[in-house]
Design a protein around this ligand. Structure first.
Ligand SMILES: CC(C)(COP(=O)(O)OP(=O)(O)OC[C@H]1O[C@@H](n2cnc3c(N)ncnc32)[C@H](O)[C@@H]1OP(=O)(O)O)[C@@H](O)C(=O)NCCC(=O)NCCS
Length: 167
C-alpha cells in the first residue's frame, strides 16, 4: 500500500501549479461549487494571497517523493450553520483534489487522513470544527470523509454537509 507524506505548501511556483492542475483538471473542477476556471497566473496571485494572508493553509501530499495532491483548509469561511461568515475562530472549510491518475485507489483517503492529523496538530484553537460538502454525485468525496470519521448531517435551510469537531 502506497504511503503518503505531507508538508505545508509554500507560495512557490511548483506548489501552486500542482494545486492548479489537480483543482482545475476537468473532472475535478466540475466537483467544486465555484465552477470558474482562472488562468494559471490569476490562480498563482490568488493562492499567494491566500497563503500569505493566513486565510488558507494548504497541505501537499507526496507518494514516493512525487507530489500527488493537496488539501486546503480555508479559515472561518462559514459559520456552524454554513452561512458565509468571515473570520470565525476555530472553523475551517476543507477541500482537496488528487492528480487525476491517482484517484480511486485509496490514496485520497490516506492523503486526507495524514493532512488532517498534520493540520489539527498545528492548531491550538479548540473546539476546532472542519466542514465541507460535495455534489450529490461525488461519492468518492462523501465516502472519504465518512471513512475518516466525519458525520453527515443536514443544516436546516442550507444543505447536507459533512463535518468533524475536535474538542
Ligand atoms: C475526492 C478525491 C480526493 C477522493 O480521493 P480518491 O483517492 O479518488 O478516493 P479513495 O480511493 O480514497 O476512495 C474513497 C472512497 O470513495 C470510493 N470511491 C472512490 N472513487 C469512487 C467513484 N468514482 N465512485 C464511487 N465511489 C468511489 C472508494 O471506494 C472509497 O470508499 P470506501 O472507503 O467505502 O471503500 C479524488 O477522487 C479527487 O481528487 N476528485 C476530484 C476532486 C474532488 O472531487 N474533490 C472534492 C471536492 S468536495
Amino acid at each position: 500500500m502506497q504511503s503518503v507524506s505531507v508538508r505545508w505548501a509554500e507560495p512557490v511556483f511548483d506548489d501552486m501549479v500542482l494545486v492548479y492542475n489537480c483543482r482545475f483538471e476537468s473532472e475535478a473542477s466540475r466537483m467544486f461549487s465555484d465552477l470558474a476556471i482562472p488562468t494559471v497566473k490569476t490562480h498563482i496571485q490568488w493562492m499567494t494571497d491566500e497563503i500569505n494572508s493566513g486565510r488558507s493553509k494548504y497541505v501537499i501530499g507526496s507518494a514516493e517523493d512525487s507530489p500527488i495532491g493537496f488539501v486546503r483548509f480555508a479559515r472561518g469561511k462559514y459559520d456552524p450553520g454554513c452561512r458565509p461568515m468571515p473570520n470565525v475562530d476555530g472553523l475551517w472549510s476543507v477541500s482537496l483534489a488528487l492528480k487525476s491518475d491517482h484517484r480511486g485507489r485509496g490514496i485520497g483517503t490516506r492523503l486526507y487522513a495524514e493532512a488532517e492529523d498534520f493540520f489539527v496538530g498545528s492548531e491550538s484553537t479548540r473546539p476546532l470544527t472542519l466542514v465541507t460538502w460535495a455534489r450529490d454525485d461525488n461519492l468518492a468525496s462523501w465516502k472519504l470523509f465518512e471513512r475518516v470519521g466525519w458525520t453527515r448531517h443536514v443544516v436546516p435551510d442550507f444543505r447536507e454537509v459533512v463535518s468533524r469537531t475536535f474538542d
